[in-house]
Write a protein that binds this ligand. Structure first.
Ligand code: S3P
Length: 197
């Protein structure tokens, strides 16, 4: 805990495509009065093109290099809710780098539910040209990285609102947030009640 307090007090959402990181992150940020940041948006803003365009023009390896740079830029963030791209935590050393920035939360969902959602919503180059079994193999290979999160929230069968409620309870259990009460009693993320600045 000391480590992330020194570096940042963000909440960082990780999980596979379709896990609900964007919807949950946006709602959570609103509930906490925090800024919401998406690593994919940081990349598209800097590059001036969409993720599918980056994959098409420069390939996956280039996109992964942009993610690397984005992780370095995240060190400037503090007190934010950050949603990461599904592949961002899945490199050696990455889970540790993310944990140094705040509390990492894995939004874990049943593979079929997550896959269906990922196929329905948005344009995802990592799904293009891969059949269901290939995508499941990618999911299984990534689980080891997601599992390195500080907290895991099972999202199976529940709405983004319910995921946020579970997540707030889990953060409070870890004394990352103060107990429920009027908004003014929310302590800054990463500091328990009564702890120093
Ligand atoms: C990717 C997931 C995407 C995006 C890119 C690559 C991946 O983000 O970063 O298309 O490798 O799983 P979402 O998880 O928000 O879909």
């Amino acid at each position: 805990m000391i480590g992330w307090m020194a570096m940042g007090d963000n909440v960082i959402l990780v999980g596979f495509m379709g896990a609900g990181k964007s919807s949950v992150g946006r709602l959570l940020a609103r509930r906490l009065g925090r800024c919401f940041v998406e690593t994919d948006d940081m990349i598209t803003a800097r590059e001036g093109r969409s993720i599918p365009e980056i994959f098409a023009a420069q390939g996956e390896a280039h996109f992964r290099a942009l993610e690397e740079e984005t992780v370095r830029l995240l060190a400037l963030k503090s007190g934010d809710v950050i949603a990461t791209g599904g592949g961002l935590p899945c490199r050696p050393g990455r889970p540790e780098a993310l944990r140094a920035l705040g509390t990492v939360v894995w939004l874990r969902g049943d593979f079929d539910a997550v896959y269906e959602r990922a196929r329905r919503v948005g344009e995802r180059p990592m799904l293009a040209g891969r059949d269901r079994d290939e995508v499941e193999a990618l999911y299984r290979a990534r689980e080891a990285y997601y599992r390195e999160a500080d907290l895991t929230i099972d999202t199976t069968g529940i709405s983004p609102d319910q995921v946020v409620a579970k997540l707030l309870l889990a953060l409070r259990d870890r004394a990352i947030l103060s107990p429920p009460g009027p908004p003014s009693t929310l302590s800054p993320l990463g500091r328990g009640p009564g702890e120093g600045p």
